[in-house]
Design a binder for this molecule. Structure first.
Ligand SMILES: Nc1ncnc2c1ncn2[C@@H]1O[C@H](COP(=O)(O)OP(=O)(O)OP(=O)(O)O)[C@@H](O)[C@H]1O
Ligand SMILES: [Mg+2]
Length: 597
């Protein structure tokens, strides 16, 4: 019967008194034994040994637990084993994985020949002339116990590797048939398999029982050794180990070791287990060497981890990562699309806005140009009208005055009322001349051309003061605004005229200041302009002020702004009710080129 991988729990309650009694009291000791030939056989073989231990060490209950390789690892995982009896390969793995420590090594009883070491035999049929050395096994069928069976496969594996054969790739079939190993011998004998491997002693045992004939088998890679009594193909390795688990107290383990070493070779327990007592624990270094060379057992994890192993072990993390990657990819694509779409929209919007700005800049420029033109036309018309008034009306009035004078000179010869009328005509004509002259001045101040801006302003302000003696009006000049050009001169003059008119009409001011000058630095309200020097005019009064939200339907302020902006200047009005009014004008000293239509 083969172990089926589950924990096979068979309890054996054994209590007795013995020479080694005393010390650690009342502990139940579980002994896990590798059941490589099935639980029943294991119980049969090892129960007497456990009974022997129970006899020798009193006060403790011993429990025998037959386990397969997997079951043994599971039991140690849960710290359920105090003592472990297992093959050397398994021992080395458990020593590395679970910290078990050997306390004795088995002396095997092979047909009256005790042995502390064992090996494996690689066999084929005698008639197979095509298989004489291990290398001949390439492409053949091969039987073994299991991939993790130490004597039943791994010992042969090492020799095969040394002979250049990789059992997992170079055989046509690698068949793991499990326990008992006798079946491998039969399969090779009966031609079902080309070759196979079993542990040493199996062949001799079957032959002694008359089940097989040794002459039917050829031993490959045969090792000749006078001390070791069996046919063998591999190196020798220490026999099974009796070990203590991590939780087993040292004192108690020592008692077990002493009891085992004291067991006579021919004790009934030895005979039942088909062994010849126990020896001090051997070195299991050869087993380590084998595992290290084959990169298996405790050396498998560090050297034989494949990507597939990692994926198998961490598949849920990989799946999660994959999901996250997919999610972030989709998210990226989605975001990128959105960004691209929005960028395209924004680019379009920006282009449209630029076009609109360009359009409005062009319109503004054209508008300024038109204003300048219309103002120039207006000024031209005014100049023409002034000339007409002067040339036509002025001449006529002068003529009337002259005629009236002639009439008055001959008055003594005339009627007295004729003299009166002639004098009246002269007076009216003078009056008309004054009015016309004043109109001519307002239409086109001749002084602007003759005397320049500053004197014309002084003249204008003086005339204004005469008309409004209650208001103090001061003109301050800074820098030299004598050469500003026709357009700037007429603009500043008209603005002064309109401001003084408004102050007279609305402000009821006591003080008026008019500042005119040149500044070198660009005013704060002007950004982006390249002009360095500016004309600055500020007209300030302390009158009633005005409501900036609604300043009527007049054209004065609008006209001022249009004139200034037409010359690429800046115009601003600051006023509040009761707080006076300040009108600021900045004109670039060298105006920008007007747009051409
Ligand atoms: N210095 C000032 N003090 C108080 N209010 C003022 C002053 N200047 C202008 N205003 C107010 O602003 C309004 C607009 O002035 P604006 O010169 O544009 O028009 P107007 O003088 O009413 O008419 P127009 O100038 O066309 O003959 C005026 O009606 C007045 O109420
Ligand atoms: Mg006005």
């Amino acid at each position: 019967m083969r172990p089926d991988g589950k924990l096979v729990i068979i309890l054996l309650w054994l209590t007795a008194s013995s020479p080694l009694s005393g010390g650690t009291a009342g502990r139940e000791i579980t002994v896990g034994v590798l059941a490589h030939r099935g639980a029943d056989t294991t119980m049969e073989m090892w129960t007497p040994t456990i009974e022997y231990l129970a006899e020798q060490i009193s006060g403790h209950e011993f429990r025998l637990l037959p386990l397969d390789l997997h079951g043994m690892r599971a039991a140690l995982e849960h710290n359920e084993l105090d003592l472990i009896l297992t093959n050397p390969g398994n021992y080395v793995e458990l020593e590395a994985g679970y910290g078990i420590t050997r306390i004795a090594t088995l002396k095997n009883q092979n047909h009256g020949r005790p042995s502390k070491t064992f090996g494996a035999v690689i066999l084929t049929r005698t008639g197979r002339d095509d298989i004489r050395v291990l290398a001949d096994l390439r492409g053949k069928t091969f039987a073994a116990v299991a991939e993790d069976a130490f004597g039943g496969f791994q010992m042969a594996w090492r020799e095969l590797v040394d002979a250049g054969i990789d059992p997992f790739n170079d055989f046509s079939t690698l068949h793991f048939v499990g326990f008992p190993q006798d079946n491998i011998v039969f399969d090779v004998r009966d031609g079902k398999m080309d070759a196979g491997t079993v542990r040493t002693g199996i062949l001799e045992g079957l032959a002694e029982q008359g089940i097989i004939n040794l002459a039917d088998f050829r031993i490959l890679n045969r090792q000749v050794d006078n001390e070791f009594p069996f046919l063998r193909s591999t190196r020798l390795y220490p026999e099974w180990a009796f070990a203590k688990g991590r939780s087993m107290p040292d004192a108690l383990a020592s008692k077990v070791a002493i009891a085992l070493l004291q067991m006579p070779d021919d004790h009934p327990a030895s005979r039942a287990g088909n062994y010849a007592g126990w020896t001090v624990p051997l070195s299991y270094q050869p087993v380590h060497d084998l595992f290290r060379q084959l990169k298996t057992g405790p050396y498998a994890k560090t050297t034989r981890i494949t990507l597939l192993d990692v994926i198998r072990h961490y598949w849920h993390w990989f799946a999660l990562m994959l999901l996250l990657i997919l999610f972030s990819m989709f998210f990226n694509i989605f975001v990128k699309r959105q960004v691209n779409r929005r960028t395209a929209e924004l680019t379009k919007e920006v282009a449209e806005r630029k076009r609109a700005e360009e359009e409005s800049r062009k319109l503004l420029s054209e508008n300024r140009f038109l204003i300048q033109k219309s103002l120039a036309v207006q000024e031209g018309e005014r100049r023409h009208l002034a000339r007409e008034l002067h040339d036509e009306l002025g001449q006529c009035i002068t003529a009337i005055q002259a005629d009236a004078k002639i009439i008055s000179q001959c008055a003594p010869d005339c009627e007295p009322h004729v003299l009166t009328s002639a004098n009246a005509i002269q007076e009216v004509a003078s009056r008309i001349y004054e009015v016309v002259h004043s109109m001519m001045q307002r239409l086109r101040p001749g002084m602007l051309d003759d005397l320049g801006l500053v004197d014309t302003l002084k003249e204008e302000i003086d005339a204004w003061r005469d008309r409004h003696p209650d208001t103090l009006c001061q003109l301050t000049i800074s820098g030299d605004p004598s050469n500003l050009g026709d357009e700037a001169n007429i603009t500043l003059y008209r603005i002064t005229q309109e401001c003084l008119t408004n102050i007279a009409k609305y402000a009821r001011a006591q003080h008026v200041t008019i500042e005119l000058g040149i500044i070198e630095n660009q005013p704060e309200s002007v950004t982006g302009s390249m002009d360095k020097a500016w004309i600055r005019m500020v007209i300030q009064d302390d009158g009633t002020g005005m409501d900036m939200k609604s300043h009527g339907s007049g054209l004065g302020l609008i006209g001022m702004r249009e004139r200034v902006e037409g010359l690429y200047g800046r115009f601003s009005v600051v006023s509040e009710i009761g707080g006076g009014t300040t009108i600021s004008v900045y004109l670039p000293l060298t105006p920008a080129e007007p747009a051409t239509s």
